[in-house]
Design a protein around this ligand. Structure first.
Ligand code: FES
Ligand SMILES: [Fe+2]
Length: 482
């Protein structure tokens, strides 16, 4: 792959160094990273047009002849299932004089006929008819097919890459299958899509998604169901970062009515273990997708950077087809919950966009609840610098246990890792209890006067999590530290 702008650097050496430290001494990205149009253009070239981006689901083109339109960085793209049942992607741009070959957002076709001069392409993108071209010099139907775009799929998602020389998708995902391979998301169907226009930089939205430090003051409803400091992170071995949060006793999923019965009989998704059913998993798939795995549904955010201060967010809730086919299927509680939570988040992201415009603001510091924000920013900084993603991220086995102060600093070499093992968590008297404190039960929280307290303060003991069945991931993490 050619170098990414090898002659110029977005960050100074000092800035890069200040980001590529363990969070305790690291600084946030500089102010201009969120406001400068030149940096936004570099992100378009070096990230959106170079990395694998989720653009939809395989079920949007389920049978031969079906297609849907999508876009990356404003490029009009067409995803088509060919007669051979293979999904392909093309620029939706006629090779004659550049008209969109397809106008409908989605549909079924046996071939594509450009509406302007009627050049005809087959479902595999080949030009099969172009009237009055038979006597042209250096022209053949074979060489004027629709321009192809790289397409791969994973867990039912359609990924596209505008870079013909990009490395295959598995290299970007890394070891993600070790974490998510037990699920079968291929079959999930979209029950609801909500699109938001957010007046904030796309990275502010990803950073916001990466932490729950803001949950007590901003999301009291969410914090009642999954307290912000009960959870942990995984050590990523790819271009992703992720972790989990634990449902309080009695809560079945994230829904506005919360508590017992909040799944309304919806069974767990395929592949869920008993332990998974007590957790919500949050993953950022670099660069622009968030997957939030609930016991009974998958929440997907796709962020579409539009301008330095503008982002479109496409939020979808996906369920198993059998669940959606139940006569009593009603996802409105989950939809309402996430619409509320999203709106709360966009509000502060927009406030942050306005606030950081002030020249008084210089890159801030991470709290010890924001190691995952730092993990995301590291990926940004490494892309800015044209470096491979390193694994030198601070991984928290548990949010409620601070990494030891003398923990080794993250090394800068690709493949190196700083990992705080679970021994401290297991030894903590607060977190060894096998049971669940009733103060976390939804019923006990009702009527609690949050305003009278520091919203971060709450008394609880959590279920002991010295071990769980994702030990494979942790073993991998440990192996990488040696
Ligand atoms: S622009 Fe498509 S046929 Fe002329
Ligand atoms: Fe939030």
């Amino acid at each position: 792959m050619p170098d990414r702008h090898p002659d110029t650097s977005i960050l100074t050496a000092a800035e890069l160094d200040s980001i590529r430290r363990p969070y305790r001494s690291a600084r946030l990205l500089p102010r201009r990273a969120y406001h400068d149009p030149a940096i936004f253009d570099r992100e378009r070239d070096d990230i959106l047009r170079r990395d694998w981006v989720i653009v939809g689901r395989i079920h949007e083109a389920p049978v031969p002849g079906t297609y849907f339109q999508t876009a990356i960085d404003g490029e009009p793209l067409l995803v088509v299932r060919g007669r051979d049942d293979t999904l392909r992607a093309f620029y939706n741009v006629c090779r004659h004089r550049g008209t969109a070959v397809v106008e409908e957002q989605c549909g079924t076709a046996v071939r594509f006929q450009c509406p302007y001069h009627a050049w005809i392409y087959d479902l595999e993108g080949k030009l099969i008819r172009a009237k009055h071209t038979d006597d042209l010099d250096d022209f053949s139907l074979e060489t004027y097919g629709l321009t192809t775009v790289r397409l791969e799929t994973w867990q039912g998602f359609v990924f596209l890459n505008l870079d013909p020389d990009a490395t295959p998708l598995p290299e970007q995902l890394g070891d993600l299958d070790e974490h998510l391979g037990r699920f079968e998301f291929d079959t999930l169907k979209v029950a609801r899509t909500i699109t938001y226009d957010v007046a904030a930089n796309w990275k502010f939205i990803a950073e916001n998604y990466s932490e729950c430090y803001h949950c007590p003051p901003l999301h009291p409803q969410l914090n009642k169901l999954t307290p912000y400091d009960v959870g942990g992170d995984y050590l990523p071995g790819g271009a992703w970062q992720g972790g989990w949060m634990e449902l309080v006793a009695g809560a079945e999923t994230m829904a506005l009515d919360g508590g017992q019965g909040s799944r309304h009989g919806r069974p767990p998704m395929c592949g869920m273990t008993t332990e998974d059913e007590r957790r919500i998993f949050y993953y950022v798939l670099w660069p622009t997708a968030f997957l939030s795995i609930h016991p009974d549904y998958l929440l997907v955010h796709r962020i579409v950077p539009v301008a330095p201060d503008r982002t479109t967010v496409i939020c979808q809730l996906l369920f198993e087809p059998e669940t959606m086919g139940r006569p009593d299927f009603d996802p409105s509680d989950a939809i309402a919950f996430w619409d509320l939570t999203n709106t709360q988040d966009w509000h502060v992201c927009e406030m942050q966009q306005r606030g950081t415009r002030s020249r008084s603001w210089v890159s801030g510091r991470y709290s010890n609840q924001e190691a995952s924000v730092h993990a995301f920013d590291l990926m940004v900084a490494e892309r800015y610098a044209g470096l491979p993603f390193s694994a030198s991220r601070t991984v928290r086995e548990r949010y409620d246990v601070a990494p030891p102060k003398d923990a080794p600093m993250g090394q800068m070499d690709a493949g190196a890792a700083y990992f705080t093992g679970d021994s401290s968590a297991a030894a903590s008297p607060d977190h060894d209890a096998g049971g669940t404190d009733e103060s976390h039960a939804v019923a006990a929280k009702e009527g609690h006067d949050e305003a009278a307290h520091d919203p971060h303060e709450h008394d609880h003991q959590t279920t002991g999590r010295g071990s769980h069945e994702h030990a494979t991931a942790r073993m991998t993490a440990r192996a990488k530290t040696t």
